[in-house]
Every structure is written in C-alpha cells, then in structure tokens.
Write a protein that binds this ligand. Structure first.
Ligand code: AHR
Length: 502
C-alpha cells in the first residue's frame, strides 16, 4: 500500500471559496437547450416546455451560475432575436455550429428555467459581429428598472422586474480564428474596454469578464492576455480561461496528470494579470473566471459525420461525449486545482451542463441521467463550501509522458462555516491503494468520519439510461480519527470525499 500524509491546521487557510467555482454553462448548441432542458412534448415538461426531471438534476448539482447563451454561438447572435413573441422570432443560421437556431427559447424563457433550476445567469454578449451599442442595450433591457426604451420593452415582454444579471462575459474566445469576428488582442482589448465602460454606465453594479486565451496552447497565449489587458485592465473584473482535455492515446496515468497543466495555466494567467497591474501601478487586482473546462474528445469524430449528413439541422446530437470513470477522476482533480487557487479563481464553469459535453444526459422523450463527471462536481458543490485550507501533502509521485513528479494522491481540504472539515482526494495509482494519514491542528470536537467513494474497476466504465448508477458514489467504512490523527484508505484509482463532523 502506498502511503501519503497531509497536514491541516484550522488557522492556515488560503481564502474563502467563491461558490461560483461550481458553475456551469449552457450554449445554444446541439441538444443542450432543445431536447435537453427544453422539450415541450416530453411527459415531464412544465407549462413552458422545460423538463422537470432535468431541472431537478441541475438543482441537485447546486450550480450557482449558468453561463449563457454561448460559447462560439454568441459571436454571431443578435440578442434582440431572443425576446418578444416567439412566433415572430427569426430562424437564423448559426455559423458557429452549422445548425439552425429557432430562438424558441430566449432570454425570458431561460430566466424562467434558471429559477426552476435554482441558479443565476452569467450572460455573454456578442463582441464578434456586434459591438458597443448592442452591449449597452442588452444591459438596459435586462437590468434597468423601467422608463427607457429597452427596459420598457422588457416589461412589455412580461418581466416587470429587472432580470438583474450581475455577471457578464465580454464576448467569447476572441483570440480564436474560428470565432466569428475574431480580432487581434489590441483591437479586442479596446472594444472590450469601450463595451465595459458603457455597460457599467448603464448598471454600475455589474461585473465583467474579459476574454483570455481559448486555451494555453494557443500560439498567442500570454501575449494575448498582455496586449488585451493593456487596453481594458481598469474596466474589467475577471479574465477568462478555457481548457478541455482528452485521452486519445489511451494513456490513463498521463491523462490523470493533466490537472497539472491546469495549475500551470492558472499560475501563468495570475502572473500576467499581476504584471500588468504592476506596470499600470493599478490598485485593482484581477481575478480569474475559468468559464469553460472539461474533458472533450469522445464525440469529435462522430460530429463530423453528423455535419456531413445534416448541415443546418436543428438540435443535432453533436458534442455528446459519453464520459467514463477516468474522466470523472480528472474532473475531480481539476476542481481541486480551483480550490487550491481559491484566492484568485472566483468563477469556474464546467462546460457544459446538459447533453453537450455534459454531466447530465437526456433522451428525447425518455429519461435523464447523471454521467460519471456529475459526481465530483456534485460533491465539491455540496461539501466544498466555506474556506479553502492550506493543505500540505506529502505523497509518492510518478512520471508520465508529459509530466514528472505527478502526485499519486491529489488531495485538498475545505472547512465549512460550522468548522467541519472535508478532504477531497484522488488516488491516481491504477493498482495500489494508498493510506492517507492526516494530522489535524485546531479541529477539536470533530469526531464523526464519513467516507464517500467513487470507484469502478474499469476506468472506461460509463453510465447509461439503462444503467445510470454504474459509476456512482457509495458510502464505505470510514477510517479512524484518534487524537487529531485521521487514517483513511484511498482505494486504487478512486475519488474520495472524507467528511469530519461533530
Ligand atoms: O463548449 C463548446 C465550445 O468550446 C464553446 O462554444 C467554445 O467557447 C469553446 O471552444
């Protein structure tokens, strides 16, 4: 058995955890909206056409924010198409995903669904094909109380009270040549600054996210952040990061180590933000919004076939990754990366939420179920609230193709408002269990231990509509907690949640 140690002290903390790191994302893409959250003919649909069973799974996940309506989609989107009488809304070609958007679900309908799902909106504006004027108008429409053209139109469209959207993305992946209206960094930075300025004039209470790089392997990564922040640093509150991982070579140890890339990415973006802060002698510190992250590779080939057969189709079953057990383990480690940088990562969105690279899957006319990756997000969102602790971990390591010294035990700890403790831990070892010994300082009174385990002997195991609990958490006999020392066994290749309560 491998052995690992952790030292925790109640007094040694990193930062309060912003619950928004457990957020998610719904784009007008594939069957995320149509056939996902919305299916008017479904027996479980509410009067507005939204599936109750799907909303319940989202509610259980407790996602504070849902980023909407894109993604790449937003860079060609006219927000005005999505409000007013549904029968008058235009059908448009969506050049991001080569499908047709009917606009049947729009801003008000999505707001209705969010209330059902117990979440709030993080709204992305189009800075690809649109600009400053559309940006200020949509803020006025959504957030201004009334007595102006756009706010009165919202009232006429049925929402007397403002939608009160607090967090806004200034475009999406504007560094990417695949993006409609892609621009060089300086041009984007200037546009973001001007859009931000007028949006905050309309509603000074909103917060804004500037587009960072689409991923850390973009040739412009680093210079993009520097050049665009040079233009808009004082106008924005967060910089976005996006990252998806795959395991196309079937190298599980290497795949599970990919969260180390995440750590490096986060560290680099923080360094750049702080360098610009220093250069500008600014009083303001920018934080990070990791507003797209996940595993994404299983569906890519299949999507090419779908597009060949049905270009401009509606609600095509694209980006429908079926997630396996090893994907859940990497998602767990990624969440730990966010917790370790709780001082600067304030928002993170698992991308996406339903059907499209998602923790929740549905069948049209059929069931809804949790994919493997649902569980680490569920656990962190439920138990990983409060304060991120400064966990010191001593663990055996391994080397793989891309990384050296990969921790076998990837672990972190959080403390809630009642002073109760949760340790999250991935054992990355494919064969050996690990014994984790934790020295607790200052946590007197905690006596009960609970151990929740996510494990499957087959790393490629999946959940399906017929077998939705194939990979699902179980409670196992907890370890011992004696004189402030916890000893717990982390089975080979597993995600563990260890709770210590009074
Ligand atoms: O989440 C799927 C896509 O990934 C988003 O539309 C885009 O922003 C990213 O490239």
């Amino acid at each position: 058995m491998k052995k690992a140690r952790m030292i925790l002290n109640k007094e040694f903390t990193i930062a309060p955890i912003d619950p928004r790191i457990y957020s998610s994302f719904i784009e007008h893409l594939g069957r995320a909206v149509y056939g996902g959250i919305y299916e008017p003919d479904h027996p479980k649909a509410d009067a507005q056409g939204f599936r109750e069973d799907v909303a319940q799974l989202v509610k259980d996940l407790n996602v504070p924010l849902v980023r909407y309506p894109g993604g790449n989609f937003v860079s060609g989107f006219n927000w005005e198409d999505s409000v007013g009488p549904v029968e008058k809304r235009p059908h448009r070609l969506d050049l991001a995903w080569f499908t047709t958007e009917t606009n049947e679900v729009g801003l008000h309908e999505f707001d209705h669904w969010l209330k059902k799902a117990g979440s709030e909106m993080m709204y992305a504006i189009n800075l690809g094909t649109r600009g400053v004027d559309a940006a200020r108008n949509v803020v006025e429409y959504a957030n201004h109380p009334g007595g102006s053209y756009w706010s009165d139109l919202r009232i006429k469209n049925g929402a007397k009270d403002p939608l009160n959207i607090k967090l806004w993305c200034l475009g999406n992946e504007m560094d990417g040549p695949w993006q409609m209206g892609h621009k060089p960094a300086t041009e984007y930075g200037r546009l973001a600054a001007e859009a931000a300025k007028v949006m905050k004039w309309v509603d000074p209470s909103i917060e804004l996210v500037a587009c960072g790089s689409s991923h850390s392997e973009m040739p412009t990564f680093g210079t993009w952040e520097m050049e665009m922040l040079e233009e808009c640093y004082e106008h924005v509150d967060y910089v976005s990061l996006h990252r998806y991982y795959g395991n196309p070579t079937n190298d599980t140890p290497g795949f599970l180590a990919r969260s180390m890339d995440m750590d490096e990415f986060i560290h680099t973006v923080i360094s750049i933000c702080d360098a610009i802060k220093g250069k500008k002698r600014s009083k303001k510190t920018l934080n990070l919004s990791f507003d797209e992250w996940n595993v994404w590779y299983h569906s890519r080939q299949q999507d090419e076939e779908i597009w060949k057969q049905d270009r401009w189709g509606k609600a095509l079953p694209i980006l429908e990754d079926i997630y396996n057990f090893e994907d859940a383990l990497l998602c767990g480690s990624i969440l730990l990366s966010f917790l370790r940088r709780a001082d600067r990562v304030k928002i993170a969105c698992m991308a996406q939420l339903v059907n499209v690279i998602a923790p929740i899957m549905t069948r049209n006319g059929g069931g809804a179920w949790a994919q493997t990756i649902y569980w680490p997000l569920y656990h962190c969102s439920k138990y990983g609230r409060g304060t991120s602790l400064r966990a010191v971990v001593d663990t055996p390591t391994y080397d793989c193709s891309d990384y050296k010294d990969v921790p076998v035990v990837d672990a972190h700890a959080t403390m809630d408002e009642a002073g109760e403790l949760t340790i999250f831990a991935v054992n990355r070892d494919m064969k050996e269990d690990a014994e984790l010994t934790v020295n607790l300082g200052g946590f007197e009174g905690l006596s009960k231990v609970q151990h929740i385990l996510l494990h499957h002997d087959d790393v490629k195991a999946i959940n399906t509509e017929e077998n939705p609990d194939n990979v699902s958490p179980v409670e196992v006999p907890a370890g011992t907690l004696v004189d402030g020392k916890l000893k717990v066994k982390l089975p080979a290749i597993s995600w563990n949640v260890i709770r210590m309560t009074r």
